[in-house]
Ligand binder design. Structure first.
Ligand code: ARG
Length: 569
C-alpha cells in the first residue's frame, strides 16, 4: 500500500497541475501523509481531503475535488469519486490479487524497511531492581522494550538491548544489614529472592520504631562503596540470586540482552562527570547536597551528590549515557520506564545538554502508564505485588488444561502450552496504548476470548494447517472477487505502514491491534469462502495463496510483539 499511496499521490499531483496550472502545489510526500483510510469502507478504500489545498488553489474544497477527479488516473485505482471536499478511491481487486504473490515471494522480508540501515539504537529496558521481586510492573518495561527492539531491528537498525539493573544504591545497605541481623545462608539459598524480600520488608517494619537501623544501613552501604570484602561478597551473592530468578522469566519470554551493565557498572565512571559538572560551574551546593539548578527550565533541581558525597540515580544515568555514546555511537538511546520517571529523565536529559554533550537530542524516554492491582499502587514493602513467575505459571497451566481437553495428542504439548500461555500475557500487555494506566486483572490477562494472544496464535496455526493440507500448489493464478477476499488483502497491504507507525510512535500496540485486524479479516474470509473445498482448482489455488499471504504477515508480525508462532495448537 505504501507504493500504491505514492502512485496515487503522484497522480493527484499530476491532476492538480493540469487543472490548476501554475498553482503552488504540495509535495508528493505531503499528499501521501494526507491520504486517509475512511472509517466507513463503503465510501472507499482511501480518501484524500482537499480542504488543506483550498488556500493555495484559491478554490472551495468540493471544486478542487471535482477538478482533480476529472483528470485523475492511476494504476490499481478503479474508481475516484467526489464526496463533498473529499476524493474517495476504490482500489481494484486486481491490485490486491497481484499483491498476494508479492507477499509470498518476499516472505520474511515483507513489511521490512531499511530506514535504520547503518544506524545503531540502544534500548534500555526491563531493568529490574536486585533483591526486589520481579513483578508485573517490570513486565511492562520488559515486553514494551523488547517489542521496540524487534520493531527497530525489523526496520534495519542495529540494536543493543541493555538491562540497566538496579544493582546499586543505599537500599543495599539495608539489605546487607537485614541479612546480618536476621538472615542465614541456608534460608536465603532455599528461599531465593522471596527470602531477600522478606528480610527487606522486615527491615522497614523494624526501622519504623528504631531509627538507628537506618544509620547502620547507611554505614553498611558506605562500606560496600569502599569495597569492603564481606559486604561486596554479600552484594554479589544477592545480585546473582536475583538475576537467576529474572533469567528464568526472560527464558520463558524468549528475551535476551546484549548487556547487563547495571547501575553499579558506572561507579568508576561517575567521578569524571561530577568533575565536568563542577568545572563547568553547573554544580551548586544546596543544604550540603550537590545539585544542578533547573529552575530556568521549570524543573526542580537534579540531584547529583547527597550531602555525604554518595551518588544518586541521575548521576548514574548521566555516566551511563556518556559511556554508551562512546561505546556504541548510538543514533538513538531509548529508555522504557513507568511514567512516574518522566521528570527524572527530563531533568538529566537537560543536564546532559547543559554539559555540552551533542548526543543529548538522541536520548528518548518512552514512558508507560501505571500498572496497579485493584486500583492500588504496586509496592514491594506492603507486599502488593504479583510476581511475573506466578502470572506465567497460571497462564501456562490454564493453556495446558485447554490442550488436555481439546487436543490431548498434540505433540510438543508443554512447549505449546508455554508459548501460548506466555503469549496471552504479552499480548494483553501490548494491546493498549502504552501510556494508558492499567488496572491489572488476572482473569483478563488469562482470558482467551476476543482480542487475545491465543486467538491470534490460533489463527496463525489455522493458516499453517490449511497450507499443509493444501499440499503443493504451483503457479497459482490469484484472483480476488469476494468482498471478504478484498478486505483481507487490504488489511495485509497495510502491514508496512503499520510497522512505520509503530516505529515512529514507539508504540507496540499499533502492531498488536493490526494483528487483530488481520485475524478478524482472515476469519471472515474463512467463514465466507470455501478454501480447500472451493468450486474448482483455480479458485482453490487462488484462495490458498491468500492463506499463504496471511501466514507470511502473521509470521512476520507476531515476533514484533514478542509472540511465538507455534504451527499447531
Ligand atoms: N531500575 C529502575 C526501576 O526499576 C529502572 C531503570 C531504567 N533505566 C534507567 N537507565 N534509568 O525503576
Amino acid at each position: 500500500m505504501k507504493k500504491l499511496k505514492k502512485n496515487i499521490a503522484s497522480s493527484i499531483l499530476r491532476a492538480i497541475n493540469s487543472a490548476f496550472a501554475g498553482a503552488d502545489t504540495p509535495s508528493e510526500a505531503e499528499i501521501v501523509s494526507m491520504l486517509e483510510y475512511p472509517p466507513d469502507e463503503t465510501m472507499g478504500d482511501l480518501a484524500f481531503p482537499c480542504f488543506k489545498l483550498s488556500r493555495a488553489l484559491r478554490k472551495a474544497p468540493p471544486v478542487i475535488a471535482a477538478e482533480v477527479a476529472k483528470a485523475f488516473e492511476c494504476d490499481g485505482v478503479e474508481k475516484c469519486e467526489v464526496a463533498g471536499g473529499y476524493l474517495n478511491f476504490r482500489i481494484s481487486n486486481s491490485y490486491y490479487a497481484a499483491l498476494a504473490p508479492r507477499i509470498i515471494a518476499e516472505g520474511g522480508e515483507y513489511g521490512r524497511s531499511h530506514v535504520g540501515d547503518g544506524k545503531t539504537v540502544v534500548l534500555d529496558y526491563s531493568a529490574p531492581n536486585i533483591c526486589k521481586p520481579f513483578h508485573i510492573g517490570h513486565l511492562a518495561s520488559t515486553v514494551i522494550g523488547h517489542s521496540l527492539k524487534m520493531i527497530h531491528a525489523f526496520s534495519g537498525y542495529n540494536c543493543v538491548g541493555i538491562n540497566h539493573l538496579g544493582d546499586w544504591g543505599t537500599q543495599f545497605g539495608k539489605q546487607i544489614l537485614a541479612y546480618k541481623l536476621w538472615g542465614d545462608k541456608e534460608t536465603v539459598e532455599r528461599g531465593g529472592v522471596d527470602e531477600l524480600v522478606r528480610l527487606y520488608v522486615k527491615f522497614h517494619a523494624e526501622a519504623e520504631n528504631d531509627d538507628s537501623l537506618n544509620t547502620r544501613a547507611r554505614e553498611e552501604f558506605t562500606k560496600l562503596e569502599h569495597g569492603d570484602e564481606e559486604n561486596t561478597a554479600l552484594w554479589r551473592w544477592f545480585v546473582k540470586i536475583s538475576l537467576d530468578e529474572c533469567n528464568r522469566t526472560y527464558d520463558k519470554l524468549g528475551i535476551t540482552f546484549d548487556s547487563y551493565a547495571g547501575e553499579s557498572f558506572y561507579t568508576d565512571k561517575m567521578p569524571e562527570q561530577v568533575e565536568k559538572l563542577k568545572e563547568s560551574g553547573l554544580l551548586k551546593v544546596d543544604n550540603g547536597a550537590s545539585i544542578v539548578d533547573l529552575s530556568e527550565y521549570n524543573m526542580p533541581p537534579c540531584l547529583i551528590l547527597k550531602s555525604d558525597g554518595s551518588t544518586l540515580y541521575p548521576t548514574r544515568d548521566i555516566a551511563a549515557a556518556v559511556y554508551r555514546d562512546r561505546t556504541y555511537h548510538f543514533d538513538k538511546c531509548i529508555y522504557v520506564t513507568a511514567s512516574q520517571q518522566c521528570l527524572h529523565f527530563a531533568q538529566w536529559f537537560k543536564v546532559v545538554e547543559l554539559m555540552g554533550y551533542d548526543f543529548y537530542d538522541k536520548l528518548v524516554h518512552v514512558p508507560y502508564g501505571m500498572v496497579s492491582i485493584d486500583g492500588a499502587k504496586l509496592a514491594t514493602r506492603t507486599g502488593n505485588v504479583i510476581l511475573i513467575r506466578d502470572l506465567i505459571d497460571a497462564a501456562v497451566e490454564k493453556v495446558a488444561a485447554v490442550i488436555d481437553e481439546k487436543n490431548p495428542d498434540l505433540e510438543n504439548r508443554e512447549q505449546v502450552a508455554q508459548d501460548v500461555g506466555v503469549g496471552a500475557i504479552v499480548f494483553h500487555y501490548l494491546l493498549n496504548s502504552r501510556i494508558k494506566d492499567t488496572n491489572f486483572i488476572m482473569d483478563d490477562a488469562l482470558s482467551f476470548d476476543g482480542s487475545t494472544g491465543p486467538y491470534a496464535q490460533y489463527t496463525y496455526a489455522r493458516t499453517c494447517s490449511l497450507i499443509e493440507k493444501a499440499g503443493d500448489i504451483k503457479n497459482a493464478n490469484v484472483t480476488v472477487t469476494e468482498p471478504s477476499e478484498a478486505a483481507l488483502m487490504k488489511t495485509l497491504s497495510r502491514f508496512e505502514e503499520v510497522v512505520d507507525a509503530a516505529l515512529r510512535d514507539y508504540e507496540p500496540s499499533t502492531i498488536t491491534r493490526y494483528i487483530i485486524d488481520v485475524c478478524v479479516a482472515f476469519n471472515r474470509f474463512y467463514q465466507d469462502c470455501k478454501i480447500l473445498g472451493a468450486e474448482n482448482d483455480d479458485v482453490r489455488a487462488s484462495r490458498v495463496s491468500l492463506v499463504k499471504a496471511t501466514n507470511t504477515v502473521l509470521a512476520n508480525a507476531l515476533p514484533l510483539i514478542c509472540m511465538k508462532t507455534p504451527k499447531k495448537i
